[in-house]
Design a protein around this ligand. Structure first.
Ligand SMILES: [Zn+2]
Length: 112
């Protein structure tokens, strides 16, 4: 989360304050395992005492695609089973995806 905070800090324009960060997170990521609690806590620690102090973070789960080598079916991987839902064969080829991507910053203007 320190990296996310650093990236966000670079993008906050002068005269604005960061309200929250939207982060796209792979559905496979451990960041979602506890509903994002640990990620929020880590982000709060990383921004404490910086100009980003008080900003929130929102995690947007991004489905991970998977395809079946046997029958060619494509779909979203549920993160649980690598058996194909169409033909029952496995393992599915799960697509590589970045764990987390900075998606959007929500800013508000600061009155001077
Ligand atoms: Zn299949």
């Amino acid at each position: 989360m320190a990296r996310v905070a650093a990236l966000a800090a670079e993008r906050v324009r002068p005269g604005a304050r960061l309200v929250f960060v939207r982060l796209k997170v792979s559905a496979r990521s451990h960041l979602l395992a506890d509903g994002g609690e640990a990620a929020r806590a880590a982000f709060a620690r990383a921004t404490c005492g910086t100009p980003l102090d008080g900003a929130g973070i929102e995690l947007i789960p991004v489905p991970v695609g998977a395809s079946c080598r046997a029958c060619g079916a494509r779909g979203e991987w549920d993160g649980l089973t690598l058996d194909c839902r169409a033909c029952g064969a496995g393992p599915l080829a799960v697509e590589e995806a970045p764990e987390a991507l900075l998606h959007e910053l929500v800013l508000e203007d600061v009155e001077e």
